[in-house]
Ligand binder design. Structure first.
Ligand SMILES: [Zn+2]
Length: 99
């Protein structure tokens, strides 16, 4: 091995967000990960959401807001005023045919 060109190899403990720890060899001094083979659904076989950044909460908030907006728009539309009423051709035809 050529001297003076290789980085220092450390034996460190990797900390996962799930609490699992394991040792590895790396040039880093510290390693913290969000997911590891102990908690990843592929390895555990359990389907669950990995929501480290609150993406699901953010999506649910946006969806609720959108539904509220749609409901308010609908309620505005469902109140027809007399000025908005325009007889359709069918209405006119029915009126003339009955007379
Ligand atoms: Zn983990």
């Amino acid at each position: 091995m050529k001297k003076g060109i290789h980085p220092k190899l450390n034996t460190i403990t990797v900390n996962c967000a799930c609490g699992y720890k394991f040792e590895t060899h790396t040039t880093l001094n510290k390693l913290v990960v969000e997911i590891c083979s102990n908690c990843h659904p592929f390895y555990t076989g359990q389907e669950r959401f990995i929501d480290t950044e609150g993406r699901i909460d953010k999506f649910n908030r946006k969806r609720d807001l959108a539904q509220a907006n749609a409901a308010s728009k609908k309620s505005e539309k469902s109140l027809p005023t007399e000025t908005q009423y325009k007889p359709t051709l069918k209405d006119i035809f029915n009126q003339t045919s009955t007379n």
